[in-house]
Design a protein around this ligand. Structure first.
Ligand SMILES: N[C@@H](CCC(=O)N[C@@H](CS)C(=O)NCC(=O)O)C(=O)O
Length: 323
């Protein structure tokens, strides 16, 4: 893994020495918005109108941030409107690579997609990336914003009117997203990538106190916000579904498993069994990516066989159905 400096690729692992052994995630570099009419969004430039076939999404099936965008694309009926390329699960010296030249730019490495947009780009080369075929540039590499665009901008070209971030719930969704991001989605990485004991222990403590609170909340409510499926649930799901398979062992988040939390585990199974969500989950990519790529954590690259976990087993979330 590595990063671009002035458009040149350098193979290097995260430098936690500068941050006292703590992992700090870098802010995303491309922050434009697709809108229905191409008007500017909350950040970046305008000129990215919703259009069928114009935009291409680069993802890893292993990555929880990219996974959000695949789920929103499926829920919003955008499969035929936004095309997708999937990177190889192994992220090595060249960073993310494609198993074959990508169909849009003919590149074999994701960092070449970044330099196609900006030949002097400096920063990490992350998935997801939303590419504009018409302007030949990156719209955004920030998943939180890509899912908002997918939810809001393409209404005129699909039959799906479901809104996963309705205006009356937005403040509550933003508030829970912030906590879940900091303590759970990114919390597992803070634990796993810490290089001093105290930073690891602090992150794990915060993570499990939050999981305990979420267990309590989800034992009383079907979803995180407004008793309906929203963006907040999608963002929690992508961490929960990886938790027992990867984060418990690889990132040492092992105080409890999700399977040990009755409400969280049933909620996870219910979301997994959603017909639009299930096809977006790929446990082979998930396990191979983390265990094979993070050689500082798992030098042998051996991928564990277990755990056995049947996410298709019955769940009890039907108890919240309106009577
Ligand atoms: N803020 C970004 C984070 C994306 C991210 O960190 N993706 C990881 C994969 S899970 C990545 O590509 N990492 C490569 C690297 O850091 O070099 C988002 O949510 O879109």
């Amino acid at each position: 893994m590595g990063l671009l400096i002035d458009g040149v690729w350098h193979d290097q692992w995260y430098d936690t020495a500068k941050t006292g052994g703590r992992f700090e995630r870098q802010a995303s570099g491309f922050r434009n918005f697709i809108t229905a009419d191409g008007a500017p969004g909350p950040s970046g430039e305008g000129g990215f109108p919703a259009a069928a076939g114009r935009y291409h999404l680069y993802v890893s099936l292993a990555c929880p941030w990219a996974h959000r965008t695949l789920i929103m694309r499926a829920l919003k009926g955008l499969d035929a409107i936004i095309s997708v390329s999937v990177v190889d699960p192994f992220m090595g010296a060249e960073g993310w690579t494609f198993p074959a030249p990508d169909p849009v730019l003919g590149k074999t490495r994701l960092h070449e997609v970044y330099t196609a947009a900006d030949p002097t780009y400096s920063g990490r080369v992350t998935v997801p990336v939303l590419w504009d075929k018409a302007r030949g540039t990156i719209v955004s590499n920030e998943s939180a914003e890509i899912i908002r665009m997918f939810n809001a901008a393409f209404g005129a070209m699909t039959l799906v009117s479901d809104d996963y971030c309705p205006a009356p719930l937005r403040a509550e969704i933003d508030a829970i997203n912030q906590v879940v991001y900091d303590e759970v989605n990114n919390g597992v990485y803070k634990a796993g990538f810490a290089t001093i004991q105290a930073a690891y222990a602090e992150a794990v403590g915060v993570l499990f106190r939050r999981l305990d609170a979420l267990e309590d909340q989800l034992s009383r409510h079907p979803y995180l916000v407004g008793d309906r499926l929203t963006e907040a649930d999608i963002r929690l799901f992508t961490t929960l579904v990886r938790f027992d398979a990867v984060y418990v062992g690889h990132f040492k988040c092992n105080i409890r498993r999700i399977a040990d939390y009755p409400a969280l585990f049933n909620y996870l199974k219910a979301l997994y069994q959603h017909p639009k969500i299930r096809p977006t989950v790929d446990f082979t990519h998930i396990k191979r990516h983390y265990y094979e790529s993070h050689k500082t954590i798992n030098p042998t690259g051996i991928v564990p066989v277990g755990p056995f976990q049947d996410l298709d087993a019955p769940h009890d979330r039907g108890r919240f159905a309106a009577s």
